[in-house]
Design a protein around this ligand. Structure first.
Ligand SMILES: [Zn+2]
Length: 469
C-alpha cells in the first residue's frame, strides 16, 4: 500500500484561479526564476534563438491516418469522433481524417466525420497522386486534400515503377484536378528526407504552380539528424522561387525510428517551418511519428512559440487516445506518462514542498497534471518519525514496526509477482488483438483449406542481406 500526498498548497491556489493563473504561469515561470537569480535559462539567449523562428505554428494531427497503422489498433467510428472533437477543443489546427481510397469502409468513415461539426479545426484527407484516389476524397466532401507521392529513385523504381517525368506529370495533374473541384491542396513528398534537393525543389515548384498551398517533407523512415533537417529545410526554403515562397507554407512529417522525431520537428521549426504533423502519444507505424504532446510542450515552454493548443487539455486527450487505442502509454513518456510528476519521498519532503521546481522542469498544472508525492520503500525512517511527530501522533515501537511493514514489505514480495502476471496477461491480450495474419500463418491457412502446398513466389521471400549493401 502506498500513501498518496497531493501538493495541496499549489493545487488549492490553482483551483481558485485556474485558467488565468496557468496561462500566466506558462508565460512567466522561467523569467521569474531567472529574475530571482534561481536558475539560468540558456534557451532564452538570443544566440540560441534562430532568426527564422516563427511566432505561431499549426499542429496537424495524423492519428487517424498514421496512428491506426500501429499493428494492434482499430478505432470504432464513435471513438474516432470523440477523439477528433477533443482534438478540436484542445486546439489542433488540422485533423487528417484518413485515406478514403483505401477501402469502402474508410471512405464511409471519412464521409461521416466530414459531416460532423468542429469548432476550429479544419479537416483533411489523404490521397495518392491519382485521379481515383482524389475522387475518393471528393466523394467524401473533404475541403482539403493531401496528395502524396515519393520522388526518389528508390521509390520510382521499386514502388511507383515510373519515370521521374511520369511521377511529376501525375502529381501536377492530381493537384490541378483537386483544385478544379474547389478544394485546398497540401502536397506531401514521401521519403522527402532521402530525395536529392534539386528533385525536391522541382516537384515542390510544380505542385505549388499547380495550386498546392502547403508543401510537406516526410522523413518517412526517420532517417535525418536534427542538423541535417535544418540544412534541408533551409535549402528548400531558400531554393524555392519567390513567387512560390509567397503563396505556400512549409510542413514536416517526422518518423521516430531513431527517437529523433521531436528533435527533427523542432529543428524544422528553427528554419521557419510552420505546419507540423504529429500523433497523440507518438502512435503510428513502426516507432510512430512526432508525439503531439512533446512537440507542443517544447514549442510553448522552451521556445515560447504559440501553437494554438491548450496545454491543460493535452493529458486528458492522451488518456482518451490510450483507451481507444488499447495501447498503454509508457509510464516514463514525457509530458503524459504516469510517472512524470510522481516522486517517492526519501528524506527531503520539506525541500520538495518548499520549491517543487527543484525536481520538475515546470509546474505540472500547465499540462493538466499535478505533483504526486509517495511514501514508499525508499522513504527514510527518520522522515516518517518526523511526520508522525509533526502530526501529534505518538506511536509505540510495535505500531511503528507495523507501519513500516505495510509501507515496505508488500512491494518487495506480493505485489510484484501479481503485477508481473497481470502485465503479461495484458500483453498477450494486446497481441491477440493484432489484426491480420503473419505470412507464415497465411500460407498455413491456405494449405489447410486447399490441401495444396504453396509454391511461394519470389516476392514473398526477403532479399538476402547482401542486396541492401
Ligand atoms: Zn508517416
Amino acid at each position: 500500500m502506498q500513501f498518496l500526498y497531493t501538493n495541496w498548497q499549489i493545487t488549492q491556489y490553482v483551483r481558485l484561479h485556474r485558467c488565468w493563473i496557468v496561462h500566466l504561469m506558462r508565460k512567466t515561470i522561467f523569467k521569474k526564476l531567472e529574475a530571482q537569480r534561481l536558475i539560468a535559462n540558456y534557451n532564452r539567449l538570443r544566440k540560441n534563438l534562430p532568426p527564422k523562428l516563427p511566432e505561431r505554428v499549426f499542429i496537424r494531427d495524423e492519428t487517424f491516418r498514421e496512428g491506426i497503422k500501429a499493428p494492434t489498433v482499430f478505432l470504432t467510428y464513435v471513438e474516432q469522433v470523440k477523439l477528433a472533437k477533443m482534438m478540436d477543443e484542445t486546439g489542433v489546427s488540422i485533423i487528417n481524417v484518413g485515406f478514403p481510397a483505401l477501402s469502402e469502409d474508410d471512405k464511409h468513415n471519412v464521409k461521416r466525420i466530414v459531416n460532423e461539426t468542429f469548432e476550429k479545426a479544419a479537416l483533411t484527407a489523404s490521397a495518392q497522386a491519382t485521379k481515383s484516389s482524389v475522387d475518393a476524397c471528393l466523394e467524401c466532401g473533404v475541403k482539403e486534400i493531401t496528395i502524396e507521392t515519393p520522388f526518389n529513385e528508390l521509390n520510382l523504381q521499386y514502388r511507383l515503377k515510373m519515370t521521374k517525368e511520369q511521377a511529376l506529370k501525375k502529381t501536377v495533374e492530381s493537384v490541378e484536378y483537386a483544385r478544379k473541384h474547389g478544394t485546398t491542396v497540401d502536397f506531401l513528398l514521401m521519403d522527402g528526407s532521402r530525395t536529392p534537393l534539386d528533385d525536391i525543389l522541382q516537384i515542390f515548384e510544380a505542385a505549388a504552380n499547380a495550386g498546392a498551398s502547403k508543401l510537406a517533407i516526410a522523413d518517412t523512415v526517420g532517417f535525418l539528424r536534427p542538423l541535417s533537417m535544418r540544412y534541408l529545410m533551409a535549402h528548400v526554403r531558400d531554393g524555392l522561387p519567390e513567387t512560390v515562397k509567397k503563396k505556400v507554407a512549409l510542413s514536416v512529417h517526422c518518423h521516430n525510428d531513431f527517437g529523433l522525431a521531436t528533435a527533427n520537428t523542432l529543428a524544422a521549426v528553427e528554419e521557419g517551418v510552420t505546419h507540423l504533423h504529429t500523433c497523440i502519444a507518438g502512435f503510428g507505424e513502426r516507432a510512430g511519428i512526432a508525439p503531439f504532446e512533446e512537440v507542443v510542450a517544447a514549442l510553448e515552454l522552451l521556445y515560447n512559440i504559440d501553437t494554438g493548443v491548450d496545454l491543460e487539455k493535452v493529458y486528458r486527450l492522451s488518456q482518451s487516445a490510450e483507451k481507444a487505442f488499447a495501447l498503454p502509454i509508457q509510464f516514463h513518456k514525457p509530458i503524459i506518462g504516469e510517472n512524470i510528476f510522481a516522486h517517492e519521498v526519501e528524506e527531503q519532503l520539506e525541500e520538495m514542498l518548499a520549491h517543487p521546481l527543484l525536481f520538475e522542469p515546470f509546474p505540472p498544472e500547465i499540462v493538466g497534471r499535478e505533483t504526486r508525492l509517495f511514501i514508499g520503500r525508499n522513504t527514510g525512517q527518520t522522515l516518517i518519525q518526523r511526520l508522525l511527530e509533526q502530526a501529534g501522533i505518538r506511536a509505540s515501537p510495535r505500531q511503528m514496526d507495523e507501519l513500516f511493514r505495510h509501507i515496505k514489505s508488500p512491494k518487495e514480495s506480493l505485489d510484484k509477482g501479481e503485477t508481473q502476471m497481470t502485465f503479461y496477461q495484458v500483453k498477450r491480450l494486446l497481441k491477440d488483438l493484432q489484426k491480420g495474419l503473419t505470412m507464415e500463418e497465411f500460407w498455413r491457412l491456405v494449405e489447410t483449406i486447399t490441401r495444396q502446398k504453396p509454391k511461394l513466389p519470389e516476392t514473398d521471400k526477403k532479399p538476402p542481406a547482401s542486396e541492401y549493401s
